[in-house]
Design a protein around this ligand. Sequence first.
Ligand code: FES
Length: 150
Amino acid sequence: MPNRQTDWPEEFDLDGQPATPEPDFELEIIEPEAAPEPDQAELYLPESNPEQPEASPQLPLSEEMQPPRYAVALQDGREVVFQHAASLLESLEAQGVDVHYQCRDGYCGSCRVQLQQGSVHYHKEPLAFIDEDEILPCCCIPKSALKIKL
Ligand code: FES
């Protein structure tokens, strides 16, 4: 019959449990890497309304230096204004007009709308195929008052 007392480990902690031996190596705590920034195209939520810019600490622009202000009429009767936004899509969203989009960069064609009146300028030549009477609001700004059909 084994002698129970001699089978016990030699060291015990205060609770009478066998003491855990000290490891002969040091643990290195590795912080997890910061999560990558989410893709802006996937999670685009405008934080402010570009068509109602906040007051700037700089001197206000004189009337002649203000960016031109163009009316954008929608076929359903609504009318919005384009003045400060970086693109027509951004301006429409800021004023509560829903436009379907995906890439926001002129290559998918999802945002295309029919241009019934007026003309636009593209920041860069879009890659998406569109008809003669269509525009891509994600990458253009008006050059005149517009009438569009969503
Ligand atoms: S959202 Fe893709 S072309 Fe405008």
